[in-house]
Every structure is written in structure tokens, then in C-alpha cells.
Ligand binder design. Structure first.
Ligand code: KIV
Length: 285
């Protein structure tokens, strides 16, 4: 593996200043993290989307801190130089500030994350302030907030009228003022996304937020064609991994049924003369 310099918040801020787009993807395991690291990606998110894309739930709500911290530690082992973001699960930072800090601390200390991500509009500012005061860098997540799916009534684009768009810009400034070190902006039209990227000094990473953000993130399983069913409209398909796995599994099943596998080259040999000795023990004579 080619070693590169560690990506830090300073790297991301200077990329924003220099107008160099930041690339970010989710990862949930060691080999995928290795591949993303080798590809030179700047940021990796261990997203609570794992609840859907690897555990098969229909929302992100059921995932736990314990589970995501374990995945984040594996991703860190695979990608030591990437900027690693640990996603705080539903209800792991809402009950009180102490719980938020304790749970976030696990992502930092046990998994080696560079920051944690929390979903919320301006009303989450108090929590972000407390976490930052406790030395935890926090990435905010504004726009479509999947953890609020039952409040929103579905996975819908946000900020589509002028009032809602203006509110998003206000919220973004509040979150930056509270100490957020960066921000994910999900499912937002390009106009408010551009206003937010221009009105803030922190890197703004779009997820279906048009071309004017400082960087872009997608869920790995969506962009590589492993997720079930149609991907959201903002996803470009970069592979057909589901098709590739299906084809390999089909061939395996067919080889077993037709006795093509295992072949001689996959078979351990007994030591010289031992097969005959063994056969002698099983003969009736
Ligand atoms: O959990 C996740 O994968 C995310 C991305 C959609 C940004 O939060």
C-alpha cells in the first residue's frame, strides 16, 4: 500500500480554501477501507446507513454504538491515513450531554475516529458545544436527516422553497458557530447548498446536494451497485457488485452440482504410500 500523509481537519479546510473537491464514501469493514485508502479518498464515514445496507433494517434507527464502534475500529485498521468519521446512532446523543460525550468518546478513543457526526438542525447546537468543549470534533448533518424520518414523514429532499432554504442557511451558521468542524448536507437543492458552502468556513460535504459543495459523499453500497432496489436519484452507479457477486455464486453452485468443484488442484494429498496403507485397513481380507 502507498503510504500518504494523514488527512486531518487542516487538510480538509485547506482543500475548501483552494477549491479542491473533497471525496468521501462510507465503509463498514477492513477490506473495503483498505481499497478506499489505496484509492486515496480523503474521508471515510462509518455511517449508521450500515443499519440498512449491511443489516437489512428499513431505517437507520436500530443500530447501536457498540456495533458502529466495532466497525469503525476495523475501518481505521484498514485506512490509517484517511479522515475517519464515526456516525453517532439514533438516541446516542439526544438524551443528555453526558451520554453524548461518553458515546462520542468511544468513537474517538476505541475506534480511532477523527471526528463524530451528529444529525440535527440549529436545535442541536447546545449538544455540539458541549461535545466540542470535551475535545470531540463534531461534523454536523443538516438537510434530510434520516434519523428524523418519522418526524419528516419519509426520505424527502429538504429546503425546496425559499423559506425552508433560508432556514437551512441559518441553521448551518448556527451549527458552525456552535463549533461544528464540518457539515454533511443531505438531499438539498444546489441553491441553498451553494449559499451554505459560501456562508461558512467549514467544509460542506454534499450528499445529493448538487455540484457547489466543498466535497461529496455517497453510501458505498449505493454507488457500487450492491444495495437492493433503486438507489436515490442523486447516486451515480459506479459498478454492479451485486451482479458480480451473483454471477460468482451462481457459478459456484453450478460447479458443485456438476462436480466441477473441488478439482484436483484444490485437494490435499496424503503422504507417499499412506493412501495404500489406509485402504488396507478398510479391506475385508
Ligand atoms: O449514514 C450515512 O451513510 C450517512 C450518509 C448518507 C451521509 O449519514
Amino acid at each position: 500500500m502507498n503510504m500518504r500523509d494523514k488527512i486531518t481537519l487542516a487538510t480538509l479546510r485547506s482543500m475548501k480554501r483552494d477549491r479542491k473537491p473533497i471525496s468521501m464514501l462510507t465503509a463498514y469493514d477492513y477490506p473495503t477501507a483498505q481499497i478506499e485508502e489505496e484509492a486515496g479518498i480523503e474521508c471515510i464515514l462509518v455511517g449508521d446507513s450500515a443499519a440498512q445496507v449491511i443489516l437489512g433494517h428499513n431505517s437507520t434507527l436500530p443500530i447501536t454504538v457498540e456495533f458502529l464502534v466495532t466497525l469503525a475500529a476495523a475501518v481505521r485498521r484498514g485506512a490509517p491515513m484517511a479522515y475517519l468519521v464515526g456516525d453517532m446512532p439514533y438516541m446516542s446523543y439526544h438524551v443528555n450531554h453526558e451520554e453524548a460525550i461518553r458515546n462520542a468518546g468511544r468513537f474517538m478513543a476505541e475506534a480511532g475516529c477523527d471526528c463524530v457526526k451528529v444529525e440535527g438542525d440549529g436545535r442541536i447546537a447546545g449538544t455540539i458545544e458541549k461535545m466540542v468543549a470535551a475535545t470531540i470534533p463534531v461534523m454536523a448533518h443538516l438537510g434530510l436527516r434520516p434519523q428524523a424520518v418519522h418526524q419528516i414523514g419519509g426520505y424527502r429532499a429538504q429546503g425546496r422553497d425559499a423559506d425552508a432554504a433560508e432556514q437551512l442557511v441559518r441553521d448551518a451558521k448556527i451549527l458552525e458557530a456552535a463549533g461544528a468542524c464540518a457539515m454533511v448536507l443531505e438531499a438539498v437543492p444546489p441553491e441553498p447548498a451553494r449559499a451554505i458552502a459560501e456562508a461558512t468556513d467549514i467544509p460542506v460535504i454534499g450528499c445529493g446536494a448538487g455540484p457547489f459543495c466543498d466535497g461529496h459523499v455517497l453510501v458505498l453500497h449505493d454507488m457500487m451497485g450492491l444495495a437492493e432496489g433503486p438507489a436515490p436519484r442523486f447516486v451515480r452507479q459506479y459498478g454492479d457488485v451485486r451482479g458480480a457477486i451473483r454471477s460468482a455464486v451462481d457459478s459456484y453452485v453450478s460447479d458443485i452440482r456438476s462436480r466441477q468443484y473441488p478439482g484436483d488442484e484444490h485437494t490435499y494429498k496424503m503422504l507417499a504410500g499412506e493412501a495404500a496403507r489406509l485402504a488396507g485397513r478398510f479391506s475385508d481380507a
